[in-house]
Design a binder for this molecule. Sequence first.
Ligand code: ADP
Ligand code: MG
Length: 349
Amino acid sequence: MNKALRPRWILPGLAIVLLSLSACQSEEVLSRQSFVFGTLVEVKIRTSDRDQAIDAINTLFSRFDKLHSNWHAWKPGAMTDTSAKLSQGEWFTPAASITPVLEYSQQLYRDSRGLFNPAMGRLVALWGFHADTLPDKPPEKSAIDSILLDLPGMDDIEFNNGRVRGHHPHIVIDAGGMAKGYAVNMGIELLRRHGISNALLNAGGDLCGIGSRGDRAWRVGIRHPNRQGVLASIDLSDGECVFTSGDYERGYDYENHHYHHIIDPRTGYPADGAVSVTVLHPNGALADAASTALLVAGVDGWQEIAESMNIDKVLLVDHQGRLHMTAGMQKRVVIRDNPPQEIIIAPQI
Ligand code: ADP
Ligand code: MG
């Protein structure tokens, strides 16, 4: 190097090193919470720019509030309007936040072979889940059977250039099985647009993370389905999401039986083939829908549906407490159950 140049480079170089050191020193993990989508949503952001992070969080929560009222399955809004018009059978243009959700739901419905079915809101409502207060007893079998005789599916919806048309008089859209995942995907995009590259967005235990917590990855716990405490933990890679569906989430008891909110479209009754399913995937909406669909598929059918939905990281807890997982999930998960339960690795996936 030309010796004469050296002094001119040393000072600015030193300034850059000092500046980045001070940026590192003032880094913090900011955390904010809000009650949306019927659950406590928490965002954590690792940042050295507090104002930028707070601005992003405020925008995020006001966007979530809007999505929550737009997508609500039974409180009057864009989604209930959409359901009403779909059942009339005329072409119409839904609100802008609705059409992409419907289109993606149709794909998920097909990929899950109908087990993920957001068009059967009428059945979910019959079970009493379209209300803030749950009923004290299940519906009559005859009422369930009469809906099952001609259950609407997402294939009863036709799309054409942003317009949609329903082909079933009883379509009621209930996007609750993937709305959180879809929203968390949008939330992560929004944070990235605001210049945030290290964040964890957690909607009641269902979450996506970007970047890291700093010295280590974002570490997330999977709740034990049968008791207090953590079943397992996963260190997230950039952009990954973890979604869990369980039969313990929302439900009511009647005559010693628990009736929960994930309904099997084949039987019309709450799914009883597994206790909980956790899916790890970069797409939150897919992970959310898949956890619901695989819970419906149950211990006997989940592998087939995981394959058809292109999911390779799954953990399922069965009614005996055994853990079933894919090899891909086994590599990523640390089981913290004590005493440990039997683990069964899925052969095909
Ligand atoms: P949570 O919302 O507790 O995370 P899920 O993601 O599994 O749980 O979503 C459950 C919700 O999905 C139910 O409350 C209902 O609104 C809707 N739902 C129930 N059964 C199905 C199904 N088979 N397919 C699609 N959506 C469903
Ligand atoms: Mg779900």
